[in-house]
Structure formats: C-alpha cells, structure tokens
Ligand binder design. Sequence first.
Ligand code: DGL
Length: 271
Amino acid sequence: MKADLPIGVFDSGVGGLTVLRAIKKRLPHENLLYLGDTARLPYGTKSRDTVSRYAVQASSKLLERQVKLLVVACNTATAAALDDLQTLWPDLPIIGVVEPGARAACAASQSGRIAVIGTESTVRGGAYHRAIHKINPRAEVIAQACSLFVSLAEEGWLDGSIVEAVASRYLGPLFFTEAAPDCLVLGCTHFPAFYGAIRKVLGDGIRIVDSAETTAVAVEEELRGINGLNSQTSNGRAHFMTTDDVGRFARVGGTFIGHPLDECDIELVNL
Ligand code: DGL
C-alpha cells in the first residue's frame, strides 16, 4: 500500500463532490482524484447492466492513474455495481455510499420509520431497504424516486419557488400522513444541494441525513486499518476529471464542493 497515492472518487456527475468535500474535511492530508462521468449522466434512469458497465469503466480510469482506495460516490452506481467492482478488484478497498447512508439513518431515526429519496434506479433496486434492514430489521422503509432533482441540481437551481414546489410534490405524500417517518435519507449525491429547500418543506422535526460524512468516516477507518493514511503534513492535492465540458464542470461543481474550481485542475477524459 503506497500511502501517498490518491483516494479515487467517482460519480455520474458533480454530486459526488459532496462526498469528496467531506473526505477532504476529515482527511485534509490525503490526495484526491475525482472522476465525474458528466457525458453520460444521468445514471439514475438507466438499467442496472448499463450502470454497472459505466461504473467499471469509470473505476478502470481511476485505477489506470493508480489509487489506493476507491469511493463509489454515487448511490445509483453503488446500488447497481458495488458487488461487481469488488469481484473485479478483490484486493482494492472499495467503499460505496449506501451502507454509510443506511448507518446514518438508523442512528438518526428514533421511530424506525425512515424515508429514502433517490434516483429511479436506486429506488427500484431496493438497496437502501436491504442496507437499513441489515442494521435494524424492524425498520419501516419507504422510498421515493425524485428524478427531477438531478436535472435541477445539474442546472444549478438549488432553491426558490420551483425547487420548493418540486420538493413538496415528492415529499408531501411521504410525510404529510399520520405515521410519518422521522428521518429522511438523501439517497442521491445530488440531493444534499437541496437541503435548504427540503428543510423548508418538511419543517424542523424531521432528521435529514446524507451519506457524505459517514462515507468519509468509513474511508478513514478503512485506511487506518490497512495502515494506508497519508502521513504528509501538508494539505493534499485534488485533481478532477470529467467526461464532458470542463467549464461546465467547474461552474456547477463549484456549488457542490463549496468553493470555485480552477479549470486548470480539471481534465477532460474519455472512458
Ligand atoms: N449521483 C447519482 C446518485 O447518487 C445521481 C445522478 C444520476 O442519476 O446520475 O444516485
């Protein structure tokens, strides 16, 4: 294990930057290599086989560049392809976002009634149901696909009346009922961008969790366990790859990572 190699992180687009941001905050000395497959986004409306093929291609690109650990920072790709990736690269530590998200939800929910929102593919595959039930077999899980959120996020529309109307349309049937859940899992890496709008629609009583923080914890635990943490004292570097327009990646990605992205750090790649 070469501890100074970067941690590889991939997503279908810029949403996974929320996970990269959490890793960077928790492990500031680590070098990070991010790939956003923006040319083929969305993954969330595609079949399991297609998403798995894309995930293998994206992972191969990161492995070509040498990474010490791979983070699948996309719920759709985790749900569809984590097992395939682990079978293909049994010696590489690979961490998905579904299990950490499920852990965060079970820790946050007191009633055991948990709502999950994600892409069509994530919801259809039932990965969150399985991951939550593994931790709490008595949990009641309801899931709702919120596909429009992905387009809104990629467009940079993160708040305002249109976003709130969309949030209300998706979340109303889940929450404005008698036995409402007490916890909402943002089961798509694009959705933390809508935290403000979702909070406005749901009010203060509901716990809203996403997998970014818990994934960063899982990355730290894994690297610590294999003696793979970078011991450098200076801050790590981050390099980005995208499969489509660099300018757009910089512009939209900046809103997800929380600071402007320099186009010089972003490379156009072909998978
Ligand atoms: N990043 C994907 C996820 O977390 C959503 C975007 C897409 O549909 O590609 O599920």
